[in-house]
Design a protein. Structure first.
Length: 287
């Protein structure tokens, strides 16, 4: 058991070092990364498509990378917004890691990108422990998932800079208790902002985009108590050094293909396939 724990700690420490490097690289480019976490079926893709479309209409350079175990369905949907979109298939890995992400961004992310939205794998367990170098971490929950979601997934909600409630257009139909949900969020992550949205009904249009832009432009983000206590966030300087050849976007190129960097995981280490999507075509480049 101790060896398993040690391995997991080493993996997270290595990831944090890579995330630290990636965050610095993106900041130097003037890009803020927004990491979106949620359960499957929360409405994350629908909301993100709406926010990307609003960004395009407002002339804000944005891009999106979406991760799934299989299919390119989400990338095809997001590409309808008209912004650069890339699909990463993780081949069974339940989350993205910073080194993997850095490899996929090289040679693809437009130089003028102000916001990069990452639609993480639909899962509130594994992705919660992995820093991706984000400026803003957003956890989403739909009104259909139950008011006790924050209590069931304390790490995911406890490390969030922003909590977004989705599908509010059906809140009354499913008897969603907003007051109870907010109380549960406050118990896990005191002081974090909770915003209400509906991709279908239009409630909260642009709120996610506005919060992301504010963070990118230097407005301080909420600091979760869980982060301050360092219960789940590892100090990058104390971890293993990141493989700069794979994480620095400027140093990782293989012609027209984008590859995930080598990464470590307690159970498996797939590279992940990268698929670059535009509004008209889905072009695949496999590692």
């Amino acid at each position: 058991m101790c060896r398993v724990v040690d391995l997991q700690q080493a993996v997270l420490a290595k990831n944090d070092a890579c995330a630290h490097t990636l965050r610095e690289d993106l900041a130097a480019r003037g890009t803020a990364l927004v990491n979106l976490l949620s359960s499957p079926g929360s409405g994350k893709t629908a909301l993100l498509e709406r926010e990307l479309t609003l960004a395009r209409d407002r002339g804000i350079p944005v891009a999106a990378l979406t991760a799934d175990l299989a299919t390119e369905n989400d990338a095809v949907r997001l590409a309808r917004s008209g912004v650069p979109v890339k699909q990463v298939l993780t081949d069974g890995l339940c989350h993205l890691e910073a080194e993997m992400l850095g490899g996929h961004l090289h040679g693809w992310l437009p130089a003028d990108t102000r916001l990069l939205f990452i639609e993480n794998v639909g899962n509130l367990v594994c992705p919660a422990s992995y820093d991706l170098g984000e400026t803003l971490r957003v956890v989403l929950a739909s009104v259909t998932e139950g008011e006790d979601k924050p209590l069931k997934y304390p790490t995911a909600f406890g490390l969030a800079h922003l909590v977004v409630v989705t599908k509010t257009d059906i809140a009354e139909a499913v008897s969603f208790d907003e007051k109870e949900f907010r109380a549960n969020v406050e118990q896990i992550n005191p002081g974090v902002e909770v915003v209400l949205t509906s991709a279908r009904g239009g409630e909260g249009d642009g709120l996610l985009l506005d919060r992301a832009l504010a963070a990118r432009d230097g407005t301080p983000v909420h600091i979760p108590v869980m982060t301050r206590k360092s219960h789940h966030v590892h100090d990058a300087e104390d971890g293993q050094p990141c493989d700069e050849g794979h994480t620095h976007m400027a140093d990782h190129s293989h012609g027209e293909h984008t590859h995930a960097g080598k990464h470590t995981h307690p159970h498996r280490t797939p590279g992940g396939h990268a698929h670059t999507t535009d509004p008209d075509t889905v072009a695949s480049s496999r590692s």
